[in-house]
Design a protein around this ligand. Structure first.
Ligand code: TYM
Length: 330
């Protein structure tokens, strides 16, 4: 059985991009019955943006509820918080002994933040984030990591570290993880700024489709989405807004972009957007309703996280023990 590991940073509001790029793929992998699946709430990674204890704890529960709402079944998959598994930070230290500053400086996430506020103002946690993410993945000896396009660079860094350790110690200490992605939806763009990816930290609430938003907000945001000049529902070069909406529609309906374009041949943007709004609501409303029902029962969420942490610790501690021994630690 191959092993699957992925996670979400519990900061901001999860949106349709997180669902299509990650959660939807997780559910399919889980339900195939061919994999052992681990899905994490990466709260250590959120510490640099959330500085209120109760907010962070509540955010972890909210995202756990959304995992379940989206179809992650705690009986089949381990759902756990990163901070419940101390091995993550322990392995991170070991991995940092072979991580180069130069490689970390080339990470887009760091470069973007450094460009905005200056590198000296960036927290060390953000700079070393890819090392912790590598530990997240390598601890579970994950074969496949289902993530959206924006995480490919981080995954590549984890693969390189795994190879470096395997070479240095001349042993297969770590499985080399592969990326897993769906055909569409791995990079959903903002509805209001289609040249930027849809993001949890977007300042413009109109640009995103949050998984906990009500139907009215979702419909409004779709109807207000920017479009490109022209009248036809047809994507192409220099049509970033339409390409995004058509791809979003196709991903939601598990069809192709060509099929969507054919369906709206001879029709205008109004018809297209109102059908897209229906498809968005059809996908998000049941996720939101299941998540909200679970969120009302904090004890149930805490219990499923405790159970998930037990399963995660068992695997993670085994890897940490083997690696610690092989590198010469006591
Ligand atoms: P995060 O929390 O930013 O995003 C969670 C997942 O959603 C995907 N995603 C998107 N997919 C399509 N379109 C978008 N606009 C979009 N925005 C986000 C992300 O690619 C991701 O799969 N560093 C990670 C969390 C992490 C992790 C890990 C993931 C920490 N350790 C280990 C996998 C394995 C992050 O910040 O994702």
């Amino acid at each position: 059985m191959s092993r699957i590991l992925s996670g979400v940073r519990p900061s901001g509001d999860l949106h349709i991009g997180n669902y299509l790029g990650a959660l939807k793929q997780w559910v399919e992998l889980q339900n195939s019955g061919e994999h052992e699946t681990f899905f994490m709430l990466v709260d250590l990674h959120a510490l640099d943006t959330i500085d209120d204890a109760e907010t962070l704890r509540q955010k972890v529960r909210e995202v756990a509820a959304l995992y379940v709402g989206a179809g992650i079944d705690p009986a089949k998959s381990a759902i756990f918080a990163q901070s419940d598994v101390p091995a993550h930070t322990q392995l991170m230290w070991i991995l940092s002994s072979r991580s180069k500053m130069g490689d970390l400086e080339r990470m887009t996430q760091f470069k973007d933040k450094a460009a905005k506020g200056g590198a000296e103002r960036v927290n060390l946690a953000l700079f070393s984030y890819p090392i912790l993410m590598a530990a997240d993945i390598l601890l579970y000896q994950a074969n496949l990591v289902p993530v959206g396009d924006d995480q490919v660079q981080h995954l590549e860094f984890a693969r390189d570290l795994a190879k470096k350790f395997n070479n240095t110690y001349n042993k297969e200490l770590f499985t080399i993880p592969e990326r897993f992605a769906g055909e569409l939806g791995a990079r959903v763009m903002s509805l209001s700024h289609p040249e930027q990816k849809m993001s949890k930290s977007d300042d413009d609430p109109k640009g995103t489709l949050p998984l906990l938003a009500d139907d009215d907000t979702l419909r409004k945001n779709v109807m207000r989405a920017v479009t490109d000049s022209g009248e036809e529902v047809k994507g192409g070069e220099n049509k970033p807004a339409l390409n995004n909406l058509i791809e979003l529609f196709a991903a939601l309906e598990d069809t192709t972009t060509q099929a969507i374009e054919q369906r709206f041949e001879g029709k205008g943007y109004g018809d297209f957007k109102s059908a897209l709004a229906d498809a968005v609501v059809e996908t998000i409303a049941p996720i939101r309703e299941r998540a909200q029902a679970l969120l009302a029962d904090t004890d149930a969420i805490d219990a499923l996280l405790a159970e998930g942490a037990m399963r995660a610790n068992a695997v993670a501690n085994q890897t940490l023990e083997t690696v610690s021994k092989e590198v010469g630690l006591r």
